[in-house]
Ligand binder design. Structure first.
Ligand code: PMP
Length: 306
């Protein structure tokens, strides 16, 4: 199979990759009524360790709330299933994708009587935007698409249906030769990437859009705020960042469980800083990898050993 794994956990069972299927009349397929997570397990000296698993599980359950979706498994059961998937497939590091969605019952928009189905897949996944992106930075495009406003749909819930917006923005950027998009919110301020939060560095301080800017409450965002503050940086969490401020930033970078810490070297055709990974971005990125790979014994509470 393409993903180099052969087992997926589905509703309490470990099933063969080929058999992990759903019915074509699944509610979630028609209406985007799924909630999901993306976490990483890192290879550490003490074995595979899932980074901030508790926070990812917590966000999964929180994401389900506005949709009145009951996930039929406890956090402990999902944790055991995930660990067993990683163990069974002898993975040292991997990406972890839990998903819960409304299954088939009737095809009305109301999910009444639809079962909630839950699955977990794990697979090896390298740098999301490429290894080179981590070092050289990427060129991004301001999308012509705006983010959903949080008054229109809960943007702090990681819902499958939201990602058609991410797809539109990301693919528009890639068609135009960029690696990724930056998406503005309804007010025209900087929100986030299609699957990343964004940070701006100016005069030695960090700025990142706040939750009221219609962003996902990223766990890597939270991690970077904490490690940057521990490195002595001032972080303005909750900044409202205008489009123009991107151009004049000293440095910009994306954060995400998949994207980790990815520098941005150009926005549209404007060079950011000196057009390469900035020094503060580099310091934070280095520290990030030191932390997640457990080369420091700090932040012990962030790890769930497999
Ligand atoms: N924003 C969006 C829209 C995302 O999909 C993601 C990835 N989950 C992020 C931000 C970053 O969140 P995290 O650091 O928790 O992965």
């Amino acid at each position: 199979d393409e993903m180099d794994v052969d087992t997926i956990w589905m509703d309490g069972e470990f099933v063969d990759w080929d058999e992990a299927q759903v019915h074509v009349l699944t509610h979630g397929l028609h209406y985007g009524s799924g909630v999901f997570e993306g976490a990483r397990c890192y290879d550490t000296a003490e074995g595979p360790a899932i980074f901030r698993w508790e926070e990812h599980l917590e966000r999964l359950f929180q994401s389900a709330k506005p949709y009145d979706m009951d996930i039929d498994y406890t956090k402990e059961e999902l944790t055991e299933a995930t660990k067993e998937l990683i163990q069974r497939q002898d993975l040292e590091s991997c990406y972890i994708r839990p998903i819960s969605f409304y299954g088939y019952n009737s095809l009305g928009v109301s999910p009444k009587d639809c079962p909630t189905e839950t699955a977990i897949a794990v697979w090896p996944w390298g740098a999301y935007l490429g290894e080179e992106a981590l070092e050289e930075g990427i060129e991004v495009m301001i999308s012509s698409w705006r983010k959903h406003a949080s008054s229109q749909i809960p943007t702090n819930a990681k819902t499958t249906g939201l990602y058609v917006n991410s797809m539109l923005a990301g693919e528009e950027a890639r068609r135009n030769g960029y690696a990724e998009a930056i998406v503005l919110n309804k007010e025209g301020n900087v929100a986030e990437g299609p699957g990343e939060n964004i940070f701006l560095v100016r005069d030695g301080e960090l700025h990142t859009p706040g939750l009221s800017e219609s962003i996902l409450d990223g766990i890597t965002r939270d991690t970077v705020i904490e490690i940057a503050e521990d490195l002595g940086y001032t972080v303005h969490d909750g900044a409202s960042i205008s489009r123009g401020e991107l151009n004049t930033a000293d440095e910009l970078f994306f954060t995400g469980s998949a994207a980790e810490v990815t520098p941005i070297r150009k926005v549209d055709n404007v060079v950011i800083g000196d057009g390469s990974r900035g020094p503060i971005t580099e310091e934070i990125q280095q520290r990030f990898f030191e932390v997640v790979e457990r080369e420091t014994d700090e932040y012990d509470e962030w790890f769930e050993y497999v």
